[in-house]
Design a binder for this molecule. Structure first.
Ligand code: BES
Ligand code: MN
Ligand code: ZN
Length: 504
C-alpha cells in the first residue's frame, strides 16, 4: 500500500458558484424540497442556482409523481433544461427558517444512498449547510465491497465527484474539512466491516500503523511478548484463548504549541468476541465483528487530528485481542493482574472489554494527559438502556456533559449517564482487589463504567462512551447510515478535540 492509498478513498469534492454550462454525463443534481401544507405537492427550496423555469419543471414533475417531500424521501425526475442527467429531489420535511445540521446531513445521506451509479453529484443543498451536505453525501454513498466478486458487486457505488454549489465565497476549506471528517468515519466503517477472518489483532495493528504513518504519526506496536513482559495482564488474559495473539498499538500526534493540551484516546479493539469460556449464544454472535468499533473510531480520529494539524497532542492507546474459548483460554474464576498492579477475579470471561481497557487506560495515564476519552462496544446493557442509536456517555461530570453536548451537535447523539458511588460495592471480590462483573443484573452499563473509573488517574478529566449499539447498524439503512459499521463516535471525538484545541 502506498501512503496515498491508505484508508477509504472518498469521492473528490469541489465547490462552485454556478451550474455547469454544458451537460455533464452520468450526473445528478440533488435538490432539497419541502412539503408545504399537508397533502400539497413539494416545493423546491429557494435557490440562486435554479431559475423559475427549472423550479416549475421540477415541481410539476414531482406533483405528477405524487411525491410528498417528507424528510429523507427521494424522487428522481428528468429535467431536460438542466445540465445534468437527472434531478434527485430530497425532502427536508416541513418548511422552516433554519434546518438542524443533522436534518441536512440525513437528507444528503438519503439522496446519496439512492444515486444508482451516478458518477457526479451536484447539489444546491450545500447552500443551506455545506459541511453537513458534504458529510452526508460521502457517508450516504459509502459502500463496503472488499469481499464481493464482480458477480455481486454493488452497482450503485459509482460516485466519483461531488460539486457543492454555494453562493458564499471562500468555501473550499470548509468543504475539504467536511470531506476529511467523512473520510475518517468511512475508514472506521471499513475496519468494522472487515470480517474477523481477515481482521485479527496483528492485521488490525498493521493497518493502524499504515494509516498512522501515512498521516505522519509516531507508531509503536507491542506484541504478545512485550505485553507479557511489561505486565499487561488484562490484554494477555483475554487474548490467550486465541491462536492469533494480542497487540497494543500506540499512535501519537504531536501538535501542541506552548500551553497546548494533551488528550489520550483509548478504544476497545476486540476483533471478535465469542464470550470466551463464558460463551455467547449463537444467535447474532456475528455482530461481534463490531467489537473493535471503539478502536476503529479512535484510530480514525487520531489520524484525522493529524491531517487537520490540530494544535494539541493526541495519543491513542489501542488494545487489540480476540476473545476465544480454547484449551489455552482464561477460565471463569481465574485471577489476573492488570497493568499497574490491580488484581482482578475474572468471574465472566465475556466481560473482557473492561479487562483490556483497564490496561490501556493505565498506560494512557502514564503520559499525564489533561483529558482521556475512552470508547467501547462495552455492554449489551447500553442498548437496553438507550437503544441502538444513542451512545451512553459517562465519566467526570463536567467533561462527560461537554462530550455529550458536542456529540449531540454533530448528530451522533451521545447522552450523559451517571456513575453512582454505590455500584462499586458490587465489584468486590472475595479473592482479588476487584471482580470483573457484579452479582446484580441492574445497571450493567454503569457497572462497567464504574470498573473503568478505578483505573483513571486522579485529576484527569475523562469520558467513557459506550457504543455497543451505535457502532453497528443491524437494522435497515437510514439517513447517512447504511447497514454494518457506522464509524460512531469518530465525529464526536473529533469535535471534542477541536473544542479542546480552541478552548482548552
Ligand atoms: N462486546 C460485548 C458487549 C456488546 C453486546 C456489544 C451487544 C455489542 C452488542 C461485551 O464484551 C460483553 O459481552 N458484555 C457483557 C458483559 C456482562 C458479561 C457483564 C454483556 O453485555 O452481556
Ligand atoms: Mn464480551
Ligand atoms: Zn466484547
Amino acid at each position: 500500500m502506498s501512503p496515498a492509498n491508505v484508508g477509504y478513498q472518498a469521492p473528490s469534492v469541489s465547490v462552485s458558484s454556478s451550474l455547469p454550462k454544458r451537460k455533464v454525463d452520468s450526473s445528478v443534481l440533488i435538490v432539497p424540497v419541502v412539503n408545504g401544507d399537508d397533502n400539497s405537492a413539494p416545493k423546491v427550496l429557494t435557490s440562486p442556482f435554479l431559475d423559475t423555469k427549472a423550479v416549475v419543471e421540477i415541481e410539476a414533475a414531482l406533483e405528477s409523481l405524487d411525491a410528498k417531500g417528507g424528510a429523507e424521501q427521494v424522487t428522481r425526475v428528468v429535467v431536460p433544461s438542466l445540465p445534468v442527467s437527472s434531478v434527485l429531489a430530497v425532502g427536508l420535511g416541513k418548511q422552516r427558517d433554519e434546518y438542524d445540521a443533522d436534518v441536512i446531513r440525513r437528507a444528503a445521506g438519503a439522496a446519496a444512498r439512492s444515486l444508482n451509479g451516478a458518477e457526479t453529484a451536484l447539489t444546491t443543498l450545500s447552500d443551506t449547510d455545506l459541511s453537513a451536505t458534504v458529510e452526508g453525501l460521502i457517508l450516504g454513498a459509502y459502500r463496503f465491497a472488499d469481499f464481493r466478486s464482480e458477480k455481486t458487486a454493488p452497482k450503485d457505488a459509482g460516485l466519483r465527484t461531488i460539486t457543492a454549489l454555494t453562493s458564499a465565497k471562500g468555501q473550499n476549506d470548509v468543504a475539504q474539512r467536511a470531506a476529511d471528517i467523512a473520510t475518517a468515519v468511512a475508514t472506521a466503517r471499513d475496519l468494522v466491516n472487515t470480517p474477523p477472518s481477515h481482521l485479527f489483532p496483528d492485521e488490525f495493528a498493521k493497518r493502524a500503523k499504515a494509516l498512522g504513518e501515512a498521516a505522519g504519526l509516531q507508531v509503536e506496536i507491542l506484541d504478545e511478548k512485550s505485553l507479557e513482559k511489561a505486565g499487561y495482564g488484562g490484554i494477555i488474559g483475554v487474548g490467550k484463548g486465541s491462536s492469533r495473539p494480542p497487540r497494543l498499538v500506540r499512535l501519537t500526534h504531536k501538535g501542541a504549541k506552548r500551553k497546548g493540551k494533551k488528550v489520550a484516546l483509548v478504544g476497545k479493539g476486540i476483533t471478535f468476541d465469542t464470550g470466551g469460556i463464558s460463551i455467547k449464544p449463537a444467535a447474532n454472535m456475528h455482530h461481534m465483528t463490531s467489537d473493535m468499533g471503539g478502536a476503529a473510531a479512535v484510530v480514525a480520529t487520531v489520524v484525522l487530528a493529524a491531517k487537520q494539524k490540530l494544535p494539541i497532542d493526541v495519543i491513542a492507546t489501542v488494545p487489540m485481542a480476540e476473545n476465544m474459548p480454547s484449551a489455552t483460554a482464561q477460565r471463569p474464576g481465574d485471577v489476573l493482574t492488570q497493568y499497574g498492579g490491580v488484581t482482578v477475579e475474572v468471574l465472566n470471561t465475556d466481560a473482557e472489554g473492561r479487562l483490556v481497557l483497564a490496561d490501556a487506560i493505565v498506560r494512557a495515564g502514564e503520559d499525564q494527559p489533561d483529558y482521556l476519552i475512552e470508547t467501547s462496544t462495552l455492554t449489551g446493557a447500553q442498548t437496553v438502556a438507550l437503544g441502538a442509536r444513542t451512545p451512553g456517555v459517562m465519566g467526570s461530570d463536567e467533561f462527560r456533559d461537554r462530550v455529550a453536548d458536542l456529540s449531540q451537535r454533530v448528530g451522533e447523539n451521545g447522552w450523559p449517564m451517571p456513575l453512582p458511588e454505590e455500584l462499586k460495592e458490587d465489584l468486590k471480590s472475595t479473592v482479588a482487589d476487584l471482580a470483573n462483573v457484579s452479582g446484580s443484573r441492574y445497571a450493567g452499563m454503569l457497572v462497567a463504567g464504574t470498573y473503568l473509573r478505578e483505573f483513571v488517574p486522579e485529576g484527569v478529566q475523562w469520558a467513557h462512551i459506550d457504543i455497543a449499539g451505535p457502532a453497528y447498524n443491524s437494522g435497515g439503512p437510514w439517513g447517512y447510515t447504511g447497514k454494518g459499521g457506522t464509524g460512531v463516535p469518530t465525529r464526536t471525538m473529533f469535535a471534542v478535540l477541536e473544542d479542546i484545541a480552541a478552548n482548552g
